[in-house]
Design a protein around this ligand. Structure first.
Ligand SMILES: NC(=O)c1ccc[n+]([C@@H]2O[C@H](COP(=O)([O-])OP(=O)(O)OC[C@H]3O[C@@H](n4cnc5c(N)ncnc54)[C@H](O)[C@@H]3O)[C@@H](O)[C@H]2O)c1
Length: 382
């Protein structure tokens, strides 16, 4: 019998649902030593917390995250709230000896992130950050192909994350869901929100980024603030484009915007190596495009690999349906919980832990500093 592990989740929005679904599903599909128990959900409104708890099967509610963290019957704190709350909650949870799963980005900036890393390392509590794209089977498969040396020397890493939902000047900033437009809650705009995902995947697949040269733009300079009711200056970056150099000598080209009309969540990356290339697209997430130069010349071309095979050939897929049937966005969270619980059981932490996720904060800080100063900036390592 799997041992119960009591989860206390803070926040019940988009990620609150994605994580609750992962806890509910994980033991159905994976044989694990631990079984997450939906013990308590925390929200500021008791009514909303109760409604969410009833819908998802949480046993109890809290309206103050400090009370949740103090509870003896909670083993793990899951942080699913806006970015400005991550550090305070994570540090308090570590001091209370809780395991911590924290949504990305780890923190508002690297200095704050370092304090979080120090807190979890001092408390020796298992910790992880929800950079879930590493565990989309096609992306994990890309990593396997790279580890097998199939790409050879890498020349280019190109990533984009394009959306179009903030184009209207009438859209307010602040409050539920729209906290992303409020620099005080989000820290930054597309850099910490969307590019953080692209950067995490890139560091994982292609190693450290040494330096960057960036530009950012805020297209709508003022928006009404939902919390104050006043028109206020917009402090986030609406768009960010940066160039960089990886430690392995390859060139980085990254772009993110919420002003690419027609695109909802177009996360793509392409890696060009001396022997082969890889391309992945979130809109078609179960496929990996692969070009291998050693193929016979007349048949050479981009293959579209449906990453749904069984027999251990394609990562995670032997836990799901039959070959040929795909899994979606939500499965990446199930995989992440499975790996976390397996890591706890084996004493081998699943990545990215807080320290690993701090590396993305260093890149984000360098990108924002470069855009502000108009010059190349070295990325702090470690
Ligand atoms: N991994 C991913 O793919 C992914 C996707 C979206 C968001 N995120 C991250 O997840 C986090 C949450 O984003 P979201 O999209 O779920 O936001 P959301 O706006 O949908 O939900 C935020 C939740 O936090 C709650 N909240 C705010 N202040 C609180 C407080 N003081 N106490 C308790 N609850 C409070 C809100 O009521 C709401 O339930 C952010 O850090 C975001 O960057 C990650």
């Amino acid at each position: 019998m799997a041992k119960p592990l009591n989860v206390g989740m803070i926040g019940y929005g988009f990620m609150g649902k994605a994580h609750s679904n992962a806890y509910a599903q994980v033991n159905h599909f994976f044989d694990l030593a631990y079984r997450p128990v939906l013990k308590a959900v925390c929200a500021r409104s008791a009514d909303n917390a109760k409604k969410f708890a009833d819908q998802w099967g949480y046993e109890s509610i809290e309206t103050d995250w400090r009370k949740l963290i103090a509870r003896k019957d909670i083993d793990l704190i899951d942080i699913c709230v806006p970015n400005n709350l991550h550090a305070e909650i994570a540090i308090a949870a570590a001091q209370n000896g809780k395991m911590i799963l924290c949504e990305k980005p780890l923190s508002m900036n690297a200095a704050e992130g370092l304090k979080m890393v120090e807190a979890v390392e001092k408390a020796k509590v298992p910790n992880m950050v929800w950079y879930n794209y590493r565990r989309v089977p096609a992306v994990t498969f890309a990593r396997q192909l790279i580890d097998e040396g199939r790409l050879g020397k890498v020349f280019h890493y190109r990533a984009k994350f394009l959306q179009d939902w903030t184009i209207s000047a009438d859209l307010p900033q602040g409050g539920t869901a729209l906290w992303r437009l409020d620099a005080a809650a989000a820290g930054s705009g597309v850099t910490g929100d969307l590019l953080a995902h692209c950067i995490d995947t890139a560091l994982w697949l292609n190693g450290p980024i040494a330096n960057v040269s960036a530009m950012t733009e805020t297209f709508i300079k003022e928006r009404k603030h939902n919390l104050t009711g006043k028109v206020e200056k917009v402090g986030i970056d609406d768009a960010c484009t940066f160039l960089g150099r990886f430690g392995n000598g390859s060139l980085a080209t990254f772009e993110s915007t919420r002003y690419a009309r027609g695109h909802k969540a177009l996360y793509t990356f392409e890696i060009n190596g001396e022997k082969a290339s890889i391309f992945w697209d979130l809109h078609d997430l179960h496929r990996l495009q692969y070009f291998d130069h050693k193929d016979e010349g007349k048949l050479r071309g981009w293959r579209s690999i449906h990453v749904t095979d069984h027999g251990g050939e394609h990562p995670y897929m032997n836990h799901w349906w039959v070959p040929g049937l795909a899994v979606g966005f939500e499965a990446s969270f199930v995989h992440q919980v499975a790996d976390f619980l397996d890591g706890v059981a084996k004493g081998k932490p699943a990545m990215p832990d807080f320290r690993d996720a701090l590396r993305t904060q260093h890149v984000c800080d360098a990108v924002l500093a470069s855009a502000k100063e108009g010059k190349w900036v070295n990325v702090a390592q470690g």
